[in-house]
Design a binder for this molecule. Structure first.
Ligand SMILES: Cc1cc2nc3c(=O)[nH]c(=O)nc-3n(C[C@H](O)[C@H](O)[C@H](O)COP(=O)(O)OP(=O)(O)OC[C@H]3O[C@@H](n4cnc5c(N)ncnc54)[C@H](O)[C@@H]3O)c2cc1C
Ligand code: SF4
Length: 327
């Protein structure tokens, strides 16, 4: 597999990057660490002739307890003991992304905007050509749920669920200025599954913002994958909460890796606040979360197995968070 030629642009500011993207409308992608985009380009998946590298934009760098720059490397978060202590759930998730080598290049923004995956899509051009292309690239039908309207490729980033449970916001910049939106609003739950976010064309992810309430929560992340040293999630369950003794003050659960977007289950967890969490109540919530997700057969593990593990991981993640100590 080879990389086709493209023109590389190296803007020095967010405004310059956004202006370029607007001029090259539909003909460009932003390039962060390239650990997802470039392998996809090698497989001829939705190639663009122009890449806008974000490497030289200082504003996109750095992290604090309140802000994660979109170009901050996952390894930089992992290597900060104070950050690790303040956000154990984020750290769990970061440590589960790919391999140390990939984390040395992979960024926060790239992880949140990682391409959705499907075993009919993440294949070489020749493999896909021999079967017949699909809706998500070059074709007009879906091989998983045969129809012409929707793609079911799976959201496979590890970081998003762990940030969702902490009420993170994202800051984005576009041709008409900057805006902030909840991370949950970044993903297009009601869309066609192909356009995976609600970012407008050319919009750039600048940073993730964490509210003061995010710090010191008891949190964790559980990931199911085929090869534990390497693979994308077949399921990711993130949990964050506060307890006063045995009484739940707040509890959030988010699930990724099973549907086209990562999501929270507040309607199930909000009623738990104000009382101790019995094993029976936890079992009920875990089973409702399991019933609420709809994986399809487009990754290695069978959908029914992945759903059953949802229940197990929700239970384990909540128990571990409850018993763990707050930072
Ligand atoms: C072998 C291997 C294993 C992997 N395993 C995992 C895994 O277990 N879990 C996991 O989560 N990921 C995994 N990945 C995917 C990827 O490496 C990570 O998600 C990584 O964090 C992506 O970051 P990046 O900076 O390299 O993104 P890039 O590849 O540069 O970009 C990814 C996408 O985001 C867009 N983008 C990037 N930054 C911005 C921005 N600031 N604004 C707007 N758009 C932007 C790009 O245009 C592109 O569409 C794996 C990759 C490989 C090669
Ligand atoms: S779910 Fe269907 S349309 Fe989407 S990538 Fe897979 S085969 Fe293609």
């Amino acid at each position: 597999m080879h990389l086709d030629p493209f023109e590389l642009h190296r803007p020095r500011s967010v405004e310059e990057a956004v202006r370029l993207a607007s001029e090259l409308s539909g003909q460009c992608d932003y390039l962060a660490g390239g650990t997802d985009l470039l392998p996809n380009y090698k497989m001829h998946l939705n190639l663009r002739p122009h890449l806008i590298a974000l490497e030289d934009i200082p504003e996109l760098r750095g992290h604090s307890f309140e802000r994660l720059g979109a170009m901050e490397r996952l390894a930089d978060l992992e290597g900060d003991p104070a950050f690790r202590a303040a956000y154990p759930g984020i750290q769990d998730a970061v440590g589960e992304v790919a391999t140390p080598l990939v984390r040395a290049s992979g960024t926060v923004g790239g992880n949140l905007l990682v391409e959705t995956r499907c075993f009919f899509f993440n294949q070489s051009f020749f493999w896909r050509a021999s079967l017949g292309f699909c809706l998500k690239a070059d074709g007009d039908r879906c091989h998983v749920v045969p129809q012409k309207e929707r793609c079911y490729a799976t959201f496979s980033g590890d970081l998003a669920p762990s940030l969702l449970v902490l009420d993170a916001d994202v800051e984005v910049a576009g041709p008409s200025g900057r805006r902030r939106l909840p991370l949950s609003g970044l993903y297009d739950a009601a869309g066609d599954g192909i356009r995976r976010t609600r970012l407008a064309p050319g919009e750039l992810l600048v940073a993730v913002h964490l509210p003061p309430s995010a710090r010191g929560q008891r949190a964790g992340y559980k990931k199911l994958r085929v090869r534990p040293s390497f693979d994308f999630p077949e399921l990711g369950v993130a949990v964050a909460g506060r307890w006063d003794g045995t009484r739940v003050e707040s509890l959030r659960i988010a699930v990724g890796g099973v549907e086209t977007y990562p999501r929270r289950f507040d309607a199930l967890t909000d009623p738990l606040a104000g009382a101790p969490l019995s094993e029976e109540a936890l079992g009920r919530v875990a089973s409702e979360v399991m019933r609420g997700v709809r994986p399809v057969h487009n990754t290695f593990l069978l959908p029914d197995y992945r759903r059953r593990v949802v229940e197990v991981y929700v239970r384990r993640a909540v128990r571990e968070a409850r018993e763990g100590s707050a930072a």
